[in-house]
Design a protein around this ligand. Sequence first.
Ligand code: SDX
Length: 393
Amino acid sequence: DTGMFTFDPGFTSTASCESQITYIDGDEGILLYRGYPIEQLAEHGDFLETCYLLLEGKLPTAQEKSDFDYRVTRHTMVHEQLLRFFHGFRRDAHPMSIMVASVGALSAFYHDSTDINDPKQRMIASMRMIAKVPTLAALAYKYHVGQPFVYPQNDLDYTSNFLQMCFAVPCEEYKVNPVLSRALDRIFILHADHEQNASTSTVRLAGSSGANPFACIAAGIACLWGPAHGGANEAALKMLEEIGTVDRIPEFIARAKDKNDPFRLMGFGHRVYKNYDPRAKIMQKTTHEVLNELGIKDDPLLEVAMELERIALSDEYFIEKKLYPNIDFYSGITLKAMGFPTAMFTVLFALARTTGWIAQWKEMIEDPAQKIGRPRQLYTGAPRRDYVNINQR
Ligand code: SDX
């Protein structure tokens, strides 16, 4: 007995919690937002409808949807002083580093609406977050490519507005491609929430101390950045580019199976899904739609991705360990075809996931039984011992 603290397996922190927002059946590959299948929401609705659903727990009526869209649209501008914030970064700063900083900086501008005990102010902060994160993401992109910042346009829908803030330039008129806008909007729906993943647990844990919601979302963005989590979409595309051609796939499959090689197939495997990630199926279909719309035939990255999936899914290592493509496997091919650099892929994931994070934060704050998160540990360090003077060591 080394006097270890007993680890109470029944002890739960905010990381393992009850929630009414998202349901995942990892064995069956099922994902429901407030009970609605992701396939139906992606097929029939738009991203702001999903935002309303995640926040309010029900699908909006036509009037509720129109009011919600109006309110989000009119929060899309950020404080003008925030624009100066971006010029402090090195030119080669990763857009995710800019997002962590600029979303956290929102708390310096909107402290007047962060009395988290006031339901009205919680809603205002939520709307501001959903509305301003795309603007910050577009600003991060513009800074990354060295182009002038573009302001939001109130006559555009949410995702078209984001595309024009990213791709419009002063020198010529920019027309949003409705097929691409619809595809990106669907991609945002797929990424909106995913139960208690690492970044959502980070937001809940940060929020459980009473920290303001902007700082909590910044913490979530930091966690999402990791290549094992949201950073996998950027890593998966880099992996496909490194593989390059179909004949090199066996070499990478062998590396992924080699316990002594830290290489993993990026975009494959999942902590919960032991079946095909339902989002990946929709993602693959969207990829084909976007490539068709752009007239891209025989995209070499798509060819490598589909052959890699075919080989992996017939390989006993992946079958036995139940490793399937996840949402990050195909998303990068689509986003690259749309014109986004790989450095922006996780920013787009964070843009969409902000709604899930804020919905989960709100649910936690509104739970009267909520306490500050305080995970315990199984102590495996040295037993108690007395101090030794330095000249006797
Ligand atoms: C996201 O949690 C969420 O919901 C996350 C997310 C969301 O929407 O929020 O879905 C988004 O993060 C998706 C996952 C993106 N990450 C990647 O694609 C990175 C590559 N994947 C792996 O790093 C891995 O699959 C994880 C991190 C996702 C899961 O890691 P685990 O828990 O170790 O994987 P597992 O339990 O499924 O592993 C089972 C076995 C292990 O081998 P053993 O230790 O049992 O011998 O399979 C191996 C793993 O080593 N394995 C892989 C592998 N993934 C797991 N081997 C090769 N290639 C891989 N991709």
